[in-house]
Design a protein around this ligand. Structure first.
Ligand code: C5P
Length: 220
């Protein structure tokens, strides 16, 4: 029985999900992408044309939404049973997700689900508030960051691979805006936990970051 619990937080585009997936695979832990959950709620809110400043409506929406993260090579995300794995990564969702994620009621609902998932098995969970709020008892906490330019470049490559055309200056601006909202919201702002190890991945390869984390887990 492996109940190791790894928390990986950091700003957009620092490489959290790539790294978290690899660490989870190497250690045989379940990977949980909490950003995907906020993205799924945001997609549904956009589809329903909700006012994204209406906290009550957004909280009610989160309550009547079923999100499933299907483990496996493809890490499917199901929104009320529908496969939205690709759609939740669209620029449209990225531009609006921070507005939905700052709603306290939405967070309360998703955090409860995240804790429940982590109570059943060992996990690597990535997000913004995992080490501070969701799993403060995590065995190891990583705060993964990188310069805004480097993060925008990585996102640009990802989006280009998916066929989107990008304006890199606009992408940097959008990433900075999202980080600003995430870092300055009242509830669970993006901040490194006091006991987190900070890793700046600007000049590190994915492999180097993964090795560093595995090493830390070996001697926490
Ligand atoms: O990790 P990802 O970039 O997919 O997260 C999308 C957005 O979801 C973040 O910008 C943030 O607003 C929100 N989020 C959050 N708390 C988490 C994970 C994501 O507020 N634990």
């Amino acid at each position: 029985r492996n109940k190791t619990c790894v928390a990986i937080d950091g700003p957009a585009g620092a490489g959290k999900s790539t790294v978290a997936k690899l660490v989870a695979r190497q250690l045989g832990l379940l990977y949980i992408d909490t950003g995907a959950m906020y993205r799924a709620v945001t997609l549904k809110a956009l589809r329903e044309g909700l006012d994204l400043t209406d906290h009550e409506q957004l909280t009610a929406l989160a309550r009547r939404t079923k999100i499933e993260l299907v483990p496996g090579a493809k890490q499917l995300v199901l929104l009320d049973g529908e496969d939205v794995t690709e759609e939740i990564r669209s620029p449209e969702v990225s531009r609006h997700v921070s507005l939905v994620a700052k709603v306290p009621g939405v967070r309360a609902i998703l955090v409860e689900q995240q804790r429940r998932m982590a109570s059943e098995t060992g996990v690597v969970m990535d997000g913004r508030d995992i080490g501070t709020v969701v799993l403060p008892q995590a065995d190891i906490k990583i705060f993964l960051t990188a310069s805004a330019e480097e993060r925008a470049n990585r996102r640009a490559k990802e989006l280009a691979n998916k066929g989107y055309t990008i304006d890199i200056a606009k992408l940097i601006k959008e990433i900075e805006e999202r980080d600003y909202i995430d870092s300055h919201r009242e509830v669970s702002p993006l901040v490194a936990a006091a006991d987190a190890t900070i890793i700046d991945s600007s000049n590190l390869s994915i492999d180097e970051v993964v090795k560093e984390i595995i090493k830390l887990i070996g001697n926490p």
